[in-house]
Design a protein around this ligand. Structure first.
Ligand code: NAD
Ligand code: UD1
Length: 331
């Protein structure tokens, strides 16, 4: 049985579907701070059976103890946390508190119940401004904002925990840019308020909820002057977690993987691809660069392919179509 913290969120919910398809049992804890209880019903529709769910805070060791007592947990996938870069600058204490203390609480309760396998949602943000592209797992890490620092600190905490207890198996998964939605259109990315990230912003322009997209910068040293990122379909990313769980079953110790496609697309390429799918509904204007942005960021995905057997297969069209489908379904 696998415990998914934050399992009703964007990446957690898609991972739940892939785990079910691969035959794994799981239980979810989520405090609904950035998700809705309806996601549970949607997941049950997709999977076709009831889901075991606990509403609660991962910082609360009493509820964690109850979960570990009532279920035979053998691995934890830790998605729960806050993730908005801008908000983390305004609320650093809340970010350090939630992201780090959830991890510590889990480690303590895992130790109590002798649970050894842990998958952590890290981010390509830990590479800061990488010296060259593509990005390899052994590149230097750094952070430019409190959110990124929580990821960096948690990676360090997990490395220390592993040094102290070599029987732990820990996978640090560094996600590049997850986009897209499940093909059913039932689950997807549904941020509160005005989205910060590119794809949810585009989908809201395409459905008339927002007037136009501001493209942040058209003077970067890239193919067309706009920023380049490694967008990965969330269902591919979800499959990466199934592969990571399988890897931990072989007791590999602490392992680090990029989860990306290895291909970088520019903002303009994303807009053009989306416009082909939705019939040219995405208007845009060029705007100044966004502070803190980097020009290019894409992964070398080879290590995950070689050691996990993981390779993203969904293309840009799949990413755009599924995002649009979800947005229309949730209008
Ligand atoms: P999300 O906000 O959709 O999901 C996180 C879930 O955790 C939410 O359902 C929220 O209610 C829950 N949660 C937060 N704090 C909690 C707590 N203390 N107790 C219980 N539940 C709690 O985010 P996501 O996009 O699914 O991201 C999942 C993880 O992946 C996060 O750790 C995030 O930092 C990381 N990540 C995300 C991206 C991305 O682009 N989405 C990129 C890199 C890394
Ligand atoms: C951002 C975070 C990163 C985090 C990731 C999670 C910043 C600086 N970085 O990455 O730490 O891990 O989200 O998904 O916030 N863009 C526009 N117009 C928009 C929105 C975005 O042009 O309205 C451009 C950006 O300038 C960038 C690209 O689209 O070139 C992707 O942006 P975004 O989706 O926010 O992701 P990242 O900046 O890569």
């Amino acid at each position: 049985m696998i415990l998914l913290t934050g399992g009703l969120g964007y990446i957690g919910s898609h991972t739940a579907v892939e785990l079910a398809e691969a035959g794994y049992d799981f239980v979810i804890i989520d405090n609904l701070s950035n998700s809705k209880i309806e996601v549970k019903d949607k997941l049950e529709q997709i999977i076709g059976s009831p889901i075991k769910f606990y509403k609660g805070d991962v910082q609360n060791e009493e509820i964690l103890t109850k979960i570990f007592t009532e279920n035979d947990i053998d691995a934890v996938i830790h998605f729960a946390g806050y993730k908005a870069v801008g908000e983390s600058v305004a609320k650093p204490i809340e970010y350090y508190d939630n992201n780090i203390n959830t991890t510590l609480a889990l480690l303590r309760v895992m130790r109590k119940f002798n649970v050894k396998n842990f998958v952590f949602s890290s981010s390509a943000t830990v590479y800061g401004r990488a010296k060259s592209m593509p990005i390899y797992e052994d590149f230097e890490v750094s952070a430019t904002n409190p959110y990124g620092r929580t990821k960096l600190f948690i990676e360090e905490i997990l490395k220390d925990a592993y040094v102290a207890d070599n029987s732990l198996n820990i996978a640090l998964l560094r996600y590049f840019n997850p986009v897209g939605a499940h093909k059913s259109g039932l689950i997807g990315e549904n941020p509160n308020g005005i989205p910060n990230n590119l794809m949810p912003y585009i989908t809201r322009v395409a459905t008339g909820k927002l007037d136009h997209l501001n493209i942040f910068g058209n003077d970067y040293p890239t193919k067309d002057g706009t920023g380049v990122r490694d967008y990965i379909h969330v269902c591919d990313l979800a499959l990466g977690h199934v592969k990571a769980v399988k890897k931990l079953e072989t007791a590999p110790g602490l392992v680090v993987y990029n989860l990306g496609t290895g291909t970088g697309y520019s903002v303009l390429e994303m807009v053009n691809a989306f416009n082909e799918v939705c019939g040219n509904k995405v208007k845009y204007e060029f705007a100044p660069r966004r502070p803190g942005d980097i020009d290019v960021c894409y992964a070398c995905p080879d290590k995950a392919e070689k050691e996990l057997g993981f390779k993203a297969t969904r293309n840009l069209k799949d990413m755009c179509e599924s995002s649009y489908n979800f947005e229309i379904n949730n209008k």
